[in-house]
Design a protein around this ligand. Structure first.
Ligand code: 1CP
Length: 350
């Protein structure tokens, strides 16, 4: 079995498998080149040959253990009929929904049709991803996706979304229920097209007090994970409730995920003692440390391996790699991770 899949299924590997959130992207010159040829970011996501190529770029360069589908969490609202565009220098933009919005304007009728290019990318990756590399699918968790749908893009405080949830929990719950339904189907279709494991990104989970977290982050995510596991029992699910703090413990016990992706603020010894007995852990190098490189990077990489590497562990970052990261710092990180034990393990890397 492929190393990343083995780790996600609870095996301890030395060295641990490694991939990076947002591993394909603007820090790579080969990505910037293709991106400028493609026109828009969405064109890149929705053109299978190009999305396939971008997915493979960091695999060729670094020999990572996981190839994550190149796409975005916001293609889901787009497939529901909400207008989406990306503004240079600003980021994603959507025509915002509000509390009075007629949710029936969102339609799942053409949902899978709109996402066909993404399934096609995964089909192509079946043939082009190297043999020992795991193909990862992903989606945004309902709360994180809903927040972009309501705010109309990125937000600092998510007040509009939180106010809706507090004032009209039934109405807000309908939007979350719709996202639970379509996101489960979306992930199941990704598996049918070739994804061997999937990650559910709840990037803004940490904004909630505990009750809100349970109701709007953990519970909808658990429902999705349950559906995916029922249809695809062999496919591990990685859950990333960024910023969950001590509530990571409830996620370990109750989300149904096989692995939890830790943000950089989670203390390693605490995670080892309280989470790793229940699930595989993934994470959590600070992306700023990767950007800094040098001795700080070597030291943080070694510490992560020595504390979490004695149990089921996947080396990753605590959040996405930043676009100003020098690509050679990733080489340095890979050397520290794989060191000499990579040869002992008998694994070969391009
Ligand atoms: O200009 C460009 O080229 C676009 C930059 C970019 C990229 C490379 C965006 C816009 N999305 C992506 C790809 C992407 N997004 C992947 C690809 C696979 C990979 O290599 O990992 C994935 C998994 C995502 C997921 C995603 N998109 C998340 C969840 C993870 C996270 O970072 O928290 C979120 C919140 C988004 C929304 C989004 N899309 C793009 C940006 C810049 C953002 C974040 C905006 C914000 O901070 O609110």
């Amino acid at each position: 079995m492929k190393p990343l899949l083995r780790a996600l299924k609870g095996k301890t590997l030395d060295p641990p498998p490694v991939w990076m959130m947002r591993q394909a992207g603007r820090y790579l010159p080969e990505y910037r080149k293709l991106r400028s040829q493609a026109g828009s970011f969405l064109d890149l996501c929705m053109t299978p040959e190009l999305a396939e190529e971008v997915t493979l770029q960091p695999i060729r360069r670094y020999g990572l253990d996981g190839a994550i589908l190149f796409s975005d969490i916001l293609v889901v609202p787009q497939a529901l009929g909400q207008k989406l565009w990306f503004e240079e220098g600003i980021g994603p933009r959507l025509e915002p929904l509000d509390e009075t919005a007629d949710l029936s304007r969102l339609s799942s009728a053409a949902f899978h049709e709109g996402l066909q290019p993404i399934y096609e990318t995964l089909k192509r990756l079946r043939k082009s991803v190297p043999e020992n590399v795991t193909r990862l699918g992903f989606a945004g968790a309902p709360w994180t996706v809903a927040s972009y749908m309501i705010e109309g893009g990125s937000s600092r405080d998510f007040f509009k979304s939180r106010l809706w949830a507090y004032r009209d929990p039934d109405g807000f719950g309908k939007l979350i229920d719709l996202l639970v339904e379509v996101t489960s189907e979306y992930l199941i279709q990704q598996v049918a097209a070739g994804a061997e494991a999937v990650q559910l990104f709840d990037s803004w989970a940490g904004i909630w007090p505990d009750e809100g977290f349970r109701r709007w982050s953990l519970s909808p995510s658990r429902r999705i994970i349950e559906k995916v596991r029922k249809d695809c029992p062999d496919v591990p699910v990685i859950f990333f409730p960024r910023g969950a703090g001590v509530l990571y413990q409830e996620c370990a016990r109750e989300s149904g995920a096989q692995a939890l992706s830790l943000d950089s603020s989670v203390p390693l010894e605490w995670a080892r003692d309280n989470l790793q007995p229940h699930v595989t852990l993934q994470g959590n190098l600070d992306p700023a440390c990767l950007m800094a490189g040098g001795a700080a990077l070597d030291e943080a990489t070694r510490r992560l391996m020595s504390v979490l590497g004695k149990g089921p562990f996947v080396f990753n970052l605590g959040h996405g790699i930043d676009k100003t990261t020098p690509p050679e710092n990733v080489d340095r990180m890979m050397q520290v991770i794989r060191g000499k034990s990579a040869q002992q393990d008998g694994r070969t890397f391009q």
